[in-house]
Design a protein around this ligand. Sequence first.
Ligand SMILES: Nc1ncnc2c1ncn2[C@@H]1O[C@H](COP(=O)(O)OP(=O)(O)OP(=O)(O)O)[C@@H](O)[C@H]1O
Ligand SMILES: CCCC(=O)O
Length: 363
Amino acid sequence: MTRQLILAINPGSTSTKVGLFDGADEILSRTVRHEADVTGLSLPEQLPHREREVRDLLAETGIAGEDLSAIVGRGGLLAPMTSGTYAVNPLMREDLASGRFGMHASNLGGLLAYKLGELFQVPNFIVDPVVVDELSPLARATGMPEINRRSIFHALNQKAVAKRFAAENGSDYNKLNLIIAHLGGGITVGAHAKGAVIDVNNGLDGDGPLAPERAGSIPVGQVVELCYSTRYKESEMKQKIVGRGGLFAHLGTFDAIEIEQRMADGDEQAALLYETMAYRVAQEIAKHGATLRGDVDAILLTGGIAYSTWLTEQISARVGYLAPVHIYPGEDELKALAEGALRAIRHEEAVREYEGDTHGTRI
Ligand SMILES: Nc1ncnc2c1ncn2[C@@H]1O[C@H](COP(=O)(O)OP(=O)(O)OP(=O)(O)O)[C@@H](O)[C@H]1O
Ligand SMILES: CCCC(=O)O
């Protein structure tokens, strides 16, 4: 059988993870770290630098770009969309580049896939961007008519882990009810009902458990008072919610390994906050017991902090009554991207077309 070489690109704030796959088998995976002269630029300005660095890495492998079967990038902040593999079309490029729905390092994923795809004349895609939106109407409304809940979460990793769990258990993702908690710098907990994430906290909007770098849900009246207190600028308030909130705001670090060490050294504040995080994650999971009417096949814990036995035991002890808990530590987003591209080029799944803001999303 001829090789199907896939280049997968996952841009983060200070690095770009790049994977080369032969079918679903990884040939190479590398994190290209960018220097401050690149990360200090605006995200659109970073594009040519990151493109060059990815091309240099590909050149090192000796594989010609023209021999790739597809290039796939992690999708960014776009209009809400259903799960799947999307061709990078002009409207998507415009929304990613302009930041119309927000600027996030993953916006560069689709743009890099397109630039290299155009250069080498190969198909280019994004897969399950953070804006995958399958919320039920019940999950969308709030008590403030001006504000609807939006679905922004670790869709790529949650969907990949769900499919892996289904395959390992001889089942089909579309037949299972799962609650999946991605525990990383941000934390999102999704209720997956027979293949659709019908409810999930918005990881970028002060919603859900407190996380290493996110405040999570906080009493909103006090937030309004802070906003009008003149103590903080709008940008500072936003950073308190996403980026420099949560464990970081209290303890000055995002690093759960360091926090566990501090606990072991007798730091009571670190111990209280870390346990609070476990408690809030467990509550968020248990809430979805009601979302799924108690019919839960499994609870899956994933993301970097799922490597922590202490934390996963804390969570399991509180939610194990609901369903068996399985741990999938870390994330394999490059492989998930490559698999999404493969399903498309093998015609196992129809390639979707991005249509933009067809529902008048509030930005
Ligand atoms: N063995 C471990 N024990 C405890 N925590 C760990 C371990 N390994 C990694 N972590 C923690 O995982 C966190 C990072 O997780 P992850 O890599 O999923 O986050 P990210 O990619 O930065 O953000 P996100 O997952 O929100 O996109 C850090 O707080 C890190 O300390
Ligand atoms: C919610 C989207 C991913 C993240 O939390 O960074």
